[in-house]
Design a protein around this ligand. Structure first.
Ligand code: ADP
Ligand code: MG
Length: 269
């Protein structure tokens, strides 16, 4: 039995990158499942109106289902909205429906507009070891809410030519939130995704990212693997869809690293 040490205090991780298609949702879903399968209590908050994390975890999120919008705008308690993920004990998901598309605008005029999500998570009576927030591909108020709710940011970076473009904008926003709204925020984790060993470019991007971010970059790298992209159409993570695939084993290793780092740096100590 493999061990994934549980953190001594809740770790809220915001999975962010304003670029679409870099692996935010895939990373959220698979890390969450990996950690939950190894004894952690995990909550996924789907903060993207597209609802891909909800789909990936097979959690109903059609129009009319109570969702994260209700928590943000109408301050409905999160426990009334969260759903247990079928087949994975200890894993829960706060889904996103199409309603959430309106939240970006509606949040502008509400009280405490940046801290609604953080308050909702903190008021959740159930205890979780990990809360993963799957951000939309933008830097608007939804992402700001996620950054205010988290202590850690996990940035997935796709190993391609334009990978680092736009990253400064994300880092600037993170620094602004840290300076004005959430001093305990930290970019703790960078994960290289969709790595294609056959290209020299992927290797160059990896070196760039490692030089720039040092120890924040996980040793584990997620390869491009067709099983990863197939899994959501079966309402599964790759961890359960094909546990022996390279996609699953690499996400498993990444989850283990995150758990061990958390224990080592005394997150929660
Ligand atoms: P984001 O949430 O950043 O928009 P996604 O996680 O939805 O990105 O990933 C974008 C697309 O790439 C999806 O179709 C997903 O299935 C696919 N994908 C993600 N990671 C991998 C991978 N390691 N190998 C193959 N396909 C992947
Ligand atoms: Mg996504």
């Amino acid at each position: 039995e493999v061990t994934m040490p549980r953190p001594t205090r809740q770790r809220v991780m915001c999975v962010a990158n304003q670029k679409g298609g870099v692996g935010k949702t895939t990373t959220t879903v698979n890390l969450a499942v990996a950690l939950a399968l190894h004894g952690n209590r995990v909550l996924v908050v789907d903060l993207d109106p597209q609802g891909n994390a909800s789909t990936g975890l097979n959690v109903p999120h059609h129009a009319g289902v109570p969702d994260v919008y209700d928590c943000l705008i109408d301050q409905v308690p999160m426990e009334e909205v969260a759903q247990a993920v079928e087949g994975i004990p200890n894993l829960y998901c706060v889904p996103a429906t199409i309603d959430l598309a309106g939240a970006e605008i509606e949040l502008v005029s509400v009280v405490a507009r940046e801290s609604r999500l953080g308050r909702a998570i903190q008021a959740f009576p159930m205890e979780f070891d990990y809360v993963f927030i799957d951000c939309p591909p933008s830097l608007g108020l939804l992402t700001v809410n996620a950054l205010c709710a988290a202590q850690e940011v996990l940035i997935p970076i796709q190993c391609e030519y334009y990978a680092l473009e736009g990253l400064n904008q994300l880092l600037n926003n993170i620094n602004l939130v840290k300076a004005h709204l959430n001093p305990s925020l930290d970019v703790s984790t960078i994960l290289l995704t969709m790595y294609d060993r056959r290209t020299r470019l992927a290797d160059a991007v990896e070196q760039d990212v490692r030089n720039h971010f040092g120890e924040k970059v996980l040793t584990s790298v997620i390869p491009r693997n067709v099983r990863v992209s197939e899994a959501p159409s079966y309402g599964q993570s790759v961890m359960t869809y094909d546990p022996g695939s390279r996609g699953a084993t690499s996400y498993f290793e990444a989850a283990q690293e995150i758990a061990e780092r958390g224990a080592k740096i005394g997150v929660g100590a």
